[in-house]
Write a protein that binds this ligand. Structure first.
Ligand SMILES: Nc1nc2c(ncn2[C@@H]2O[C@H](COP(=O)(O)O[C@H]3[C@@H](O)[C@H](n4cnc5c(=O)[nH]c(N)nc54)O[C@@H]3COP(=O)(O)O)[C@@H](O)[C@H]2O)c(=O)[nH]1
Length: 760
């Protein structure tokens, strides 16, 4: 169109020039009939007029042409602006690459996307090719080539391109080639879009998905109604549930039952108030195992503030707790034998000493040293030595009671803390059992090993006053045991060692004593204080030992208790006492009571009734001659069971007496309920009479109490006349003690008995 116009303008100019030329030519002037002067004047101006006319003509033609070009340019610009404006709404930029002229067009949005000023002049190389991310270049060019070759209907590719500011952005470029009639691409026109945010979001989502699936923490996503929407692999691994098993369920299916309702209420209250909750919670796996987890729950809200989801993230703490426990354990235990170490045994020893002091009981410590252990290490190696220590620890642990502690202090050094020791000899018995445990050989590293132990025994409070000394003394004692030829035990003090040995000898002889009738029953008179008359006797057992001489019950009864012989001794004394009473009654002595001690062992076995009936029957003695003494502390210890037994005895007519009264903290309420006839004031309250005002006040109070309960009172341990006088004045009924007589064999009591004889 533009070229057609230009051709027409040129033609017009030629026509004008031609007309002028003709007008001003000589022939034209002649034809026009102009006079010569006019012709000459015209000839003079002919050149000037021609030039002016031509110039004017050219001016107007050129000006017109330029104006049209300007209008066309403005229209094009307006059209581009409108196009840009239209595209700006879609956020896409337009590009156009003309292969014929080798230039490209980039819309202002397109320039803005890749970071260029709107008025920048760009070529395709500069704007695109040179800026492709090295990693994306190959794929982008391949996609373009494929489209230009006609392999793909459209060019569509997403890649990174360097932004004008230097960083890379993600763009999505798409376009289509315009081809000539032969199908060859002339240009390609398309749009470009900044997809960086989308790509970054995609990347973030991808990363989140990777984290979700690969994190070690369990993740549960629920809807606002707490129904499970999604769980990750870790959730399934920790809980044992598959994803399908929990989808749509309430997370409450994991509840262990360890937390009460208020725990969950507080959790939900906080979650609703603050949008999050964090804490330790014990849940139950599918296999029922209960385990701890550290859990964080967050509430998720939409842009309108409406609750949409809950996300719970939790870590399984079981392993951590196990490790913590193991660390704690190893801080206080020996890793080889898993026994308490020095730290723990010292802690327990200190506590045991405090308890023993408070409750006034004994405590024993045995230091244990393996004899010639070094030889095992040297000959068989350290791992064999370790194995030996492990087995030795197992054997010794089997000997411990629940309240005892076996510890390894290091090397072949062990200690055993024996709590609540009643008798020193018990420690010797345990020491012997430990020695016994080593008489069996140890099979280690394919070898049969024989090894013995040396033991050092120390007793609190007999040997020392604190835990440190207890341990030191046991160590000293173990050295004594080693010095005396190994494979033996020794107490810290010689006296204790001898006492223990004697006790153990007694124990092994006691069975014989019963069989060979070495036990004797002695009788101690009971005197009516107001009249001085003999009212009866208390039967007291003695052991006539063939080598040790007369052994007192205080010494051998605990041994009998340990040896399980107490029942036999009680029955023996009871039957002897009943028979003796019968004999004296038959001999015409007027006696009221034969008192016999009833041990705790009897009460525990519950066989007293049968034994008493049998003894009375065999002796032909009426029940009311028999008075059974039971200590206040035994009654307290056996409680209701003891009261029932006493009731049954009372109903059969047997008289009952509370022995050692004042030492056992009886409540008055309980005392009132006891079916007893008599209280025996403990010797401890008598020994300092009449000088000790406290004791005399106690004696007075017990007598007053007995009188108000209509019970008889006996005072035991009267050794002086002054004691007898005071007690009589206080109103005590019966007196017993060395002042009247020591316990004696029956045949030595004839003199005393004479006064009671009823002459026929
Ligand atoms: N279950 C049984 N226990 C018995 C039996 N025989 C005795 N025992 C108990 O053993 C403890 C010691 O008894 P024993 O050495 O016989 O001492 C008794 C008396 O000898 C002693 N006593 C008596 N008068 C005095 C005195 O004036 N001074 C003094 N120092 N001691 C004296 O008291 C013991 C009697 O105590 P009790 O029984 O509380 O009346 C002792 O606990 C006996 O109970 C038995 O066969 N079975």
């Amino acid at each position: 169109m533009t070229s057609t116009r230009s051709a027409w303008h040129i033609t017009l100019i030629y026509l004008g020039v031609s007309v002028l030329w003709i007008l001003f030519s000589d022939q034209a002037l002649v034809i026009l009939g102009l006079d010569e002067q006019t012709q000459q004047r015209l000839q003079t101006y002919k050149g000037l007029v021609f030039v002016s006319f031509t110039a004017t003509l050219i001016f107007f033609v050129v000006r017109g042409h330029l104006r049209r070009l300007q209008q066309q340019g403005r229209a094009l610009l307006r059209s581009e602006e409108r196009f840009d404006l239209a595209l700006s709404g879609s956020n896409d930029g337009v590009w156009d690459w003309d292969f014929e002229i080798g230039q490209g067009f980039f819309s202002s949005r397109c320039k803005a996307i890749i970071g260029y000023p709107v008025d920048a002049q760009l070529d395709v190389r500069q704007a695109w090719l040179k800026r492709l991310h090295p990693s994306d270049r190959k794929a982008a060019l391949t996609a373009l080539r494929e489209h230009l070759l006609g392999d793909t209907p459209r060019y569509n590719h997403t890649h990174r391109i360097r932004h004008g500011e230097g960083h890379f952005i993600w763009i999505q470029a798409s376009g289509r080639a315009i081809r000539d009639e032969r199908g060859l691409p002339q240009r390609i026109v398309g749009i470009v879009r900044d997809v960086s945010e989308l790509k970054n979001n995609e990347e973030r989502l991808r990363q989140a998905a990777v984290v979700f699936d690969n994190t070690k923490e369990g993740v549960v996503v629920t809807d606002a109604h707490n129904r499970i929407l999604n769980v990750n692999h870790a959730f399934c691994r920790i809980t044992g549930y598959s994803r399908d098993q929990v989808l749509g369920q309430n997370p409450g299916l994991l509840k262990s039952g360890w937390h009460n309702d208020s725990f969950y209420q507080e959790m939900w209250t906080q979650l609703q108030a603050t949008g999050s909750w964090q804490g330790e919670i014990w849940n139950r796996r599918k296999n029922s195992e209960i385990y701890p987890q550290w859990q964080t729950i967050n509430a998720v809200y939409d842009s309108d503030g409406r609750l949409t989801h809950y996300v719970a993230v939790f870590a399984d703490l079981s392993q951590l707790k196990r490790s913590q426990q193991e660390i704690d354990f190893l801080a206080h235990h020996d890793p080889l034998t898993r026994l308490p170490n020095r730290l723990l045994i010292m802690e327990r020893l200190n506590n045991a000493v405090l308890r023993a002091r408070r409750h006034n009981h004994r405590l024993g410590l045995i230091s244990i040293d393996l004899d010639r252990f070094k030889n095992v290490n040297d000959s068989l190696g350290h791992s064999a030595g370790d194995e030996l220590l492990r087995i030795a620890a197992e054997r010794m642990t089997a000997l411990c009671r629940e309240e005892d502690t076996l510890a390894r202090l290091g090397g072949d050094e062990f200690v055993m803390l024996v709590d609540q020791l009643e008798q020193v000899e018990e420690l010797a018995v345990i020491a012997q059992r430990i020695q016994q445990a080593y008489t069996r050989p140890f099979d280690i590293a394919g070898q049969r090993i024989h090894i013995s132990v040396s033991l050092g025994l120390s007793v609190f409070p007999d040997d020392c006053q604190d835990a440190g000394d207890l341990l030191k003394n046991a160590d000293t004692a173990v050295s004594q045991a080693k010095n005396s030829g190994r494979n033996s035990y020794a107490f810290y003090t010689q006296a204790l060692t001898e006492r223990a040995r004697r006790q153990l000898a007694l124990e092994s002889n006691l069975h014989q004593a019963l069989a060979q009738q070495q036990l004797r029953v002695y009788y101690q008179p009971l005197i009516e204080l107001h009249s001085g008359r003999l009212s009866g006797f208390e039967a007291l057992v003695r052991w006539q030992h063939p080598e040790l001489g007369m052994v007192a019950p205080d010494e051998f009864l605990p041994v009998a208790q340990r040896a399980g012989l107490m029942g036999l001794i009680d029955e023996y004394v009871l039957s002897q006492a009943c028979r003796q009473m019968r004999t004296w009654l038959d001999a015409g002595y007027q006696l009221g009571t034969m008192a016999v001690n009833m041990s705790g062992y009897w009460l525990e076995r519950g066989q007293v009734l049968g034994s008493v009936e049998q003894a009375l029957h065999e002796a032909g003695l009426a029940a009311d001659y028999l008075e059974l003494e039971v200590t206040e502390s035994e009654i307290m210890q056996h409680g209701e069971q003891c009261i029932e037994l006493l009731d049954a005895l009372r109903q059969r007519g047997v008289r009952l007496s509370i022995d050692d009264f004042g030492t056992g903290y009886s409540s008055l309420l309980r005392l009132k309920r006891l079916p007893v006839n008599k209280l025996k004031i403990d010797r401890g309250f008598i020994v300092d009479l009449p000088g000790d005002s406290n004791d005399s006040a106690i004696a007075r109070a017990i007598i007053a109490l007995a009188q108000s309960l209509q019970l008889q009172v006996t005072a035991e341990g009267i050794e002086t006349e002054a004691q007898q006088t005071l007690l009589r004045e206080l109103g005590c009924d019966i007196g017993q003690g060395y002042f009247f007589s020591r316990p004696l064999p029956a045949q030595q009591l004839q003199g005393l008995l004479q006064g009671t004889r009823i002459e026929a």
